[in-house]
Design a protein around this ligand. Structure first.
Ligand code: HGY
Ligand code: MN
Ligand code: MN
Length: 425
């Protein structure tokens, strides 16, 4: 589509794509994706690469007590920056765009401003937040949650991961426990570019999503303890089988989400049996249930039904269940003024745009607690993400970065003030 505003600065698309490729080579996995679980050596290597790029741009690089990294370019005046960013940690089977695009597009915007000698009114900042995925150390969005004061850094540093590692020890081990305070300073505004990770934009043939908010998230871990026994000799009516109860819970939450319809989703992503042998009735099962909905009341109803189901199954089978909440965030609505700026920037640049909620969690949902916040989405091929096959067409990556830049510059020139967010939490 032709650009209706030829004067707007444009990013260097090839440079952005080169950086995405370079970061993807760290923690590479089959299929072209990456595995950089939070605070692992691979995460450290990814951090080191992005920090080096920040230094190349002479940014003032600040590392805080939970390992969030913020690079700041000065503006004409001092004060809270216009901020962008995302995350560079990945799930175990991550793609190369989830999170990485938002951080590298932020770097690209700053490099473009530098190259074209454009001085902004306010400082500009690009950040990557620690442990956005939450799959090693729950909850997700841990770093940005601490950044906005949603969790004390001391509490976050004590979190034990699925592998028994401790956040504070790992942060120290990789050399990213920084001196800057948590909570961090509220920016003037925050906009995050991210792949949609779902099928909506591609199905509609739309290039840009002006994200209206993020749905509510509920993560529960269930540890089910029964009686290990012989698979061949134990009559069915004498069993106390955690494997059966775990499977029944997985079946029930799937049926519940399908029955509820709308935007309700339910996922059993982690399920481990012990001793996990073909001829042994399991002694224990450990599983997670991820429930999400854009409607807080419906999400609570889904949680209540899960709790009833677990209680009933445990009583009938004679097993013990210990549940633990790993993450619980209510739906968030972004600032309508920022959403409008994203939609306006997309239209000005000649791109198709539609407003939509996010099914995935993002650091922006935390930043919305402290400043006017929005997000820019670009399409995901076949709606696939959290999968090495994750793909977004280069022209969409570039379009998203240009919309991000235009939105940030609009925020810089605006007199936007106040939190303005619609945070329900
Ligand atoms: O789980 C999520 O939605 C995000 O990828 N952390
Ligand atoms: Mn992400
Ligand atoms: Mn993700």
């Amino acid at each position: 589509m032709t650009n209706r505003t030829p004067d707007a600065p444009r990013i260097d698309g090839d440079r952005l794509l080169r950086r995405i490729e370079a970061l993807a080579t760290i923690g590479p996995i089959d299929g072209g994706g990456s595995c950089r679980l939070a605070l692992t050596d691979e995460d450290r290597a990814g951090r080191d690469l992005v920090v080096a790029w920040m230094h190349d741009l002479d940014l003032d690089v600040r590392v805080d007590g939970i390992g969030n990294v913020v690079g700041v370019r000065p503006g004409r005046i001092d004060g809270p920056p216009v901020m962008t960013g995302s995350h560079i940690d990945t799930v175990r089977t991550g793609g190369r765009y989830d999170g990485n695009l938002g951080v590298l597009a932020g770097l690209e915007v700053i490099e473009t401003l530098e190259q074209q000698d454009i001085q902004t009114e306010n400082p500009f900042a690009v950040a990557f937040f620690t442990d956005e995925e939450g799959s090693r150390f729950p909850p997700d969005m841990l770093g940005s949650l601490v950044y906005v004061g949603g969790m004390a850094v001391e509490e976050a540093l004590d979190i034990v991961g699925i592998d028994g590692a401790v956040v504070g020890k790992e942060l120290d081990r990789i050399g990213y426990q920084g001196p800057f305070p948590c909570p961090g300073p509220a920016p003037r505004a925050f906009v995050e570019l991210h792949i949609e990770q779902g099928p909506v934009l591609e199905a509609a043939g739309t290039t840009i999503g002006a994200v209206t908010g993020v749905q509510g998230i509920s993560w529960t871990e269930l540890v089910i303890t029964g009686q290990s026994n012989h698979a061949g000799t134990t009559p069915m009516d004498l069993r106390h089988d955690p494997g059966y109860v775990a499977a029944a819970i997985a079946y029930h939450v799937r049926q519940m989400a399908v029955r509820m319809g709308g935007r309700q989703v339910a996922t059993v992503g982690r399920l481990e049996l012990h001793p996990n042998l073909v001829n042994v009735v399991a002694a224990s099962a450990s599983m997670t249930v991820d429930l999400r909905n854009t409607d807080e009341q419906l999400l609570r109803e889904a949680e209540a039904e899960l709790a009833r189901t677990v209680t009933d199954l445990a009583a009938a089978e004679g097993v013990k269940v210990v549940d633990r909440t790993l993450a619980r965030f209510e739906p968030v609505e972004f600032d309508t003024r920022v959403i409008d700026m994203v939609a306006g920037a997309a239209a000005d640049l000649g791109h198709t745009v539609q407003r939509m909620p996010s099914g995935a969690g993002h650091d922006a949902q935390m930043m919305a607690r402290v400043c006017p916040t929005g997000m820019v989405f670009v399409p995901s091929r076949d709606g696939i993400s959290h999968n090495p096959a994750e793909h977004t067409d280069p022209e969409h990556l570039v379009a998203g970065a240009n919309v991000l830049m235009r939105t940030l510059l609009a925020l810089d020139a605006s007199d936007l003030a106040g939190s303005g967010s619609g945070v329900t939490a």
